[in-house]
Design a protein around this ligand. Sequence first.
Ligand code: NAD
Length: 378
Amino acid sequence: MNRDMEKEMRMQVFEKLAEYRYEQLVFCHDKATGLRAIIAIHDTTLGPALGGCRMYPYATEEEAMVDVLRLARGMTYKAAASGLNLGGGKSVIIADPRTDKSEALFRSFGRYIETLAGRYIVAEDVGTSTEDANFIRVETSHVVGVDVTRGGSGDPSPLTALGVRQGMRACAEAVFGTTSLEDRVVAVQGIGHVGYHLCRLLHEEGASLIVTDVDAAAVERAVREFGAKAVELDEILTIPCDIFAPCALGAVLNDATIPELRCSIVAGSANNVLAESHHGEALSERGILYAPDYVINAGGLINVADELEGYNERRAVNRVMRIEDTIRRVIAISRRDGVPTNIAADTLALERIAAISSMERLHTGHPYGQLRRRRETI
Ligand code: NAD
């Protein structure tokens, strides 16, 4: 590689970092263990950057870098909107989780995290587990999501579901004038870890459930335990209901599905529910209130972040309950600014960061246009 090519590559990375004001990008390589990892720290204004480590056999280094940068920035917004004193970060290990895991690999990665002296705190993500976090923990204390016997917070799904229920209450208040979910009809897509606990909580509140899942056993269980009505996979999007709760896949709200919806509220745990940012506007135009995914599904993050203070379940539950208020604030900003709720969520996050840092830099130009541009690629 000649000098010009080297310079161009460096420029490309720094241009990428400059575009959304990333603070730091760390490439980790260990020949002995085969470790190839990237840690991205987006913003530490509110506190150390916390975010999971994704293990995936990315086809190219570029793909891995784009993914880790995008995910790290998303964590900044999620932590800020959730009221956590944490910044946004994420990491990726370029490897196949089915074949490439070893104690040595995760301990090697743990040593890299330790070199960052707490600027980045790692957690589990797609492709990594509590067992992997335990190996990382041998080398660094800057890890959450470890085994419960080592101070870990355990399965986050029940608290994620609790947060979604709380968010639904705030939405119900805005749309129906009461936080009560009694007799509301809720259509839940995906009865997995979060979906099951959500159905349980809603059943306890006296809501009527409509469910679907590719897993027939999960559907049967919801029918048996909660008297849910089972429908076909596609039907869940078009069935008349008060609340549609996506708890399975991303991008379920798109050009094809939004016109078909027959609900008043969309509130579920799934990540990246909107195929694209402008679909928030499409929902708003249809008069459907959308609870932004990263705000309403933050219960798991709030729960795992509690480990940093010595995990206390009661405190974690209390913090997750506040998602109701956070969604209320998002709805208030949406009405104040005349913007869709997904944009209002970004505003909530950015306003908090700006207030803490007094950084006018986050608010250059026309706020709505800037926020829309920033959000589009999260
Ligand atoms: P999960 O894998 O346990 O459950 C997902 C369920 O969806 C499974 O039962 C699966 O069979 C079902 N499913 C898959 N394809 C489907 C389809 N086409 N139609 C209907 N059902 C389908 O996952 P989870 O942990 O319950 O998470 C659910 C969603 O919430 C994911 O998008 C996840 O990223 C998000 N989330 C989860 C947490 C958490 O604490 N687990 C936290 C934040 C966000």
